[in-house]
Design a protein around this ligand. Structure first.
Ligand code: UT7
Length: 324
């Protein structure tokens, strides 16, 4: 038996923040942002709009696409690093809002790899008897973005994507997942304040430690290397060649990272889903948003072979191969 993606959906907030808007906030330019990142605009949650609000909208769309009701769900996993509260888990708020009365609910913290990590957890639970698991990647990155730091504030955006994972006994389904981590590089991307190491205090606020810090240039190099390496090992483990992949759906962090990976793997652009220009880096939401768009644009059809590739804080990196 396999676990398959029975339905997918996404939701992004209405407010668009353009590069021109950012030019008025920090010393940057539309040209620099487009050349260095490929981003033109990103979505920003409304005041009071939290991670669970985005997650619920994406979750409803995924349930509709799967033709299921919330009461059919056995489990809800929310991959996020920007939950509504330190506790309870955002997944419990989603469980309540959806009315998923039979579902277990918890969050998963693996930064930009969260969706692929959660997908592998769902895959394992389906293989051990669960019928339907809702996996959501949802982020309000704007809440942990320092809007005075040009090194990071141009990069991130808000959004959510969701997939219903169901048992399937046919050809289609998740063929493999591969999850990696290297905590020795934990300081490359970090929110240093507000957790148990440095609890919230005036000092945290004064030093802006509640916001995301990133060593962009070092992260960039490891990202290219890790995405290439995990794609190659995933293909080898599944006895596949690059040519067998119909669509590669990577984490949308930076167009230059993705172009470098495409070149190293000899992946032509028609086989790669790119939407970083419109949403920026939405962390755990980026892959499910891109997957949903690819399905709606007809770039993923029944039978397509899809490879996911993610990379992010931790460091973590991950991949999955799915027969759609
Ligand atoms: O999803 C998690 C994984 N994250 C990533 O994968 C992000 C990886 N890193 C990146 O995407 C890139 O490193 C960045 C886009 C963050 C930066 O690009 P870069 O080509 O690595 O630039 P840099 O950090 O080496 O900075 C080049 C210059 C610096 O100026 P000096 O020191 O050369 O005078 C920066 O101060 O660009 C400057 N700079 C900016 N200039 C205008 C940095 N940010 C900006 C900005 N606008 N927003």
């Amino acid at each position: 038996m396999k676990a398959c993606i029975a339905g997918i959906g996404s939701y992004v907030p209405a407010r668009v923040l353009t590069n021109a808007d950012l030019e008025r906030m920090v010393a940057t330019s539309d040209e620099w942002i487009r050349e260095r990142t490929g981003i033109r605009e990103r979505r920003i949650a409304a005041t009071g709009e939290a991670c669970s609000d985005l997650a619920v909208q994406a979750g409803k769309r995924a349930l509709t696409a799967a033709g299921l009701a919330a009461a059919d769900l056995d489990m809800i996993l929310v991959a996020t690093c920007t939950g509504d509260y330190p506790l309870p888990a955002t997944a419990c708020l989603v469980q309540h809002q959806l009315g998923a009365t039979k579902a277990a609910a918890c969050d998963l913290s693996a930064a930009c790899c969260g969706f692929v990590y959660a997908l592998s957890v769902a895959d394992a639970y389906i293989k051990t008897g669960m019928r339907h698991v809702l996996v959501i990647g949802s982020e309000v990155m704007s809440a942990i973005t320092d809007w005075t730091d040009r090194n990071t504030c141009v990069l991130f955006g808000d959004g959510a994507g969701a997939a219903v994972i169901s048992a399937s006994d046919g050809e289609r389904g998740i063929l493999s997942t591969d999850l990696r981590s290297d905590g020795t590089l934990c300081e490359l991307i970090m929110v240093p304040g507000g957790g148990s190491r440095t609890p919230p205090s005036e000092k945290v606020i004064d030093e802006r430690l509640q916001y995301i810090k990133m060593k962009g240039n070092e992260t960039f190099k490891v990202a290219v290397r890790s995405l290439e390496e995990i794609a190659r090992s995933t293909l080898a483990a599944n006895h596949l060649r690059v040519e067998d992949i119909d669509l590669y759906v990577p984490h949308q962090a930076n167009i230059r990272i993705l172009k470098a990976v495409m070149e190293r793997l000899s992946l032509p652009s028609e086989k790669v889903m790119l939407n970083v220009d419109r949403y920026g880096n939405t962390s755990a939401a980026s892959i499910p948003i891109a997957l949903d768009e690819a399905v709606r644009e007809g770039r993923i059809k029944d039978g397509s072979l899809v490879m996911l590739g993610a990379f992010g804080a931790g460091l973590t990196w991950a991949s999955a191969v799915i027969r759609w």
